[in-house]
Write a protein that binds this ligand. Sequence first.
Ligand code: ASP
Length: 324
Amino acid sequence: MIHSTRRRFLKTTAALASFFSLNSLATKAKPVSAPIVISTWNFGKEANVEAWKVLAAKGRALDAVEQGVWVPEGDPKEMSVGLGGLPDRDGRVTLDACIMDEHANCGAVLCLEHIVHPISVARKVMEKTPHVILAGDGALQFALANGFKKENLLTPESEKAWKAWLKEAKYKPVANIENHDTIGMVALDSSQNLSGACTTSGMAYKMRGRVGDSPIIGAGLFVDNEVGAATSTGLGEEVIRICGSHLVVELMRQGNSPQEACEKAVKRIVKNQPEKSKEIQVGFLALGKNGDYGAYALQPGFTYAVYSNEIPNTIFKANSYYSG
Ligand code: ASP
């Protein structure tokens, strides 16, 4: 009798122990040692290569993310970031970018024209001014005063696409749900410091002056060096409504894994806008202070690239709230 009670007790504790260890495995996921860089979409893979050069040489995460996002910014074939970005409805390429470091220093440019690397102007705003955001002509004036070159960003391909759009000129910004859009990149360096960068030409054929989530600290990007970093892509208005990247980081602070935090942020969008969320794309990507990372999107198709000593620059598909 005593034996059988004890056996039952042992069985129950073993079952409970295995339940809890499985459960914690399921929620904890894959911490990876620093350094690590993660970034949105397939073009993140090429961007990661440049970021990794900085990280592998024990450089700062801040330099890594700036160098990384330079790749799509400078690539005329990428029609959603920097040079060659699709213009607004008036045919002007207007760029949005922000950057944030481990000390909560941050800088952003909104609706900046004629400059190929808005991320570096954002960094200058952070480092050379007492402000966080410069917008429009003021941002351009600041860039030119700081040695940036004025260039034409509208490539023949982007101009052609815009002229084709003009024939119908339907104002329904399309949130692309595959391999393009904004590059958001977050990194943890070998000194265990986090930084992030986010840069985009925004929604194609947007209203003049429209700014999305990407250059808004707390929406398109947020870094808290004690907890983690997050970035987003997709329909910026919906991300702004929930202060998306800040929400993801705060959910991580409350004990959620990066994966759980991204999922909860996406579900918040669904809860707020159940009908609209069926038709739009939003994706979050998050990196924890311990190298754990996660991603989640509304729709299938969101990909992200991870580069660390353990993970040789690999593209992953994010899980999504809606199935394909
Ligand atoms: N988030 C960007 C914006 O709303 C665009 C995108 O990532 O698709 O401007």
